[in-house]
Design a binder for this molecule. Structure first.
Ligand SMILES: [Zn+2]
Length: 302
């Protein structure tokens, strides 16, 4: 792709993200969910959610998987369940593996940017686990990956139902760089649900804090921008685009909503944009389903 085409592509991609984000004003469903009628409500919600998402987010560049807290699929549009490389969405699982091998202790790492292989050219400076998740710092996670027993890490990944990178893949694959770590969308979504359910544990609790910070002020800030302050837990990923024609990138976002007690998980891929831009679309999608509309349902309470 020449630079002019590439620029034109990214302009149209940004314009589309802005269009989708503007759709966040369609409040078509209520999240109010009285417990006694839950089963019926879930069915109605699923039907309603499918209709709303198909109507407003039908662009061929958008793939999504919407799940309830039990791991059942509420709505989905993903062309296949072939394994994908979700970029930095794998970082939290690397963090769990590292923490388990290092007595729950995590380092503070100095990110110098390009020279330490981070995506942010100027670097993040000294950074801890929570901020590294919020900012998706490559330098931080490359440091963790370098100190990992791969065999034991495989067992950790397997516990979450993840395949992990192939045994001969380089260290960078553990942070989601390159395409050697592939997971199906379903496995990845369920792994995040499992992670959230363990948030009373030290490592998983710190990861969830990082995901809350990501949605509030990190790479996934497009989510809370749409849903309200501290509404959600989120993580982004930016991966090399494997579509034809080739886009600048594929942006991924996973959102757990609401933050205080997640009832929904959204895994989203937007072709041709960064992870941060896909977070804006994720926020708009959840808002179109009624999320972020009422403080009484828990958004903004934590
Ligand atoms: Zn960094």
């Amino acid at each position: 792709m020449d630079s002019l085409t590439s620029r034109r592509f990214s302009v149209t991609a940004s314009a589309r993200v802005a269009q989708w984000a503007a759709l966040g004003t369609s409040f078509l469903l209520s999240f109010a969910c009285p417990a006694p009628a839950q089963a019926t409500h879930e069915t109605q919600f699923s039907l309603g959610a499918k209709a709303v998402l198909e109507r407003h987010f039908a662009g061929k560049d958008i793939s999504y998987l919407l799940m309830d807290a039990s791991g059942s699929v509420v709505a989905e549009r993903w062309s296949s369940q072939r394994p994908i490389s979700p970029g930095s969405l794998v970082k939290p699982f690397l963090a769990v593996a590292y923490g388990e091998q290092h007595g729950n202790h995590f380092p503070t790492v100095r990110c110098l940017g390009t020279s330490t292989r981070c995506w942010l050219p100027a670097g993040h400076g000294p950074i801890d686990l929570e901020n590294a998740i919020a900012q998706s710092c490559n330098t931080y996670f490359l440091e963790l990956a370098a100190g990992l027993d791969r065999k034991r890490a495989e067992q950790t990944f397997a516990r979450y139902g993840l395949a992990g990178p192939s045994a001969d893949a380089g260290t960078e694959s553990l942070v989601g760089l390159g395409a050697a770590w592939k997971e199906t969308p379903l496995a990845l979504a369920r792994a995040y649900l499992a992670l959230e359910k363990e948030q009373q544990s030290i490592i998983q609790g710190r990861i969830m804090k990082g995901m809350m910070a990501s949605a509030a002020r990190g790479t996934a800030r497009g989510v809370d921008s749409a849903l309200g302050e501290e509404a959600a837990l989120a993580k982004t990923g930016t991966a090399a685009c494997l579509h034809v024609p080739r886009g600048a990138a594929d942006g991924f976002t996973v959102v757990l909503y609401p933050a205080a007690q997640p009832r929904l998980l959204l895994l989203l891929r937007v072709h041709g944009v960064t992870g941060a831009d896909s977070a804006k679309v994720a926020g708009a999608m959840l808002r179109s389903l009624g999320a972020g509309q009422s403080v009484s349902e828990g958004a903004g309470q934590r």
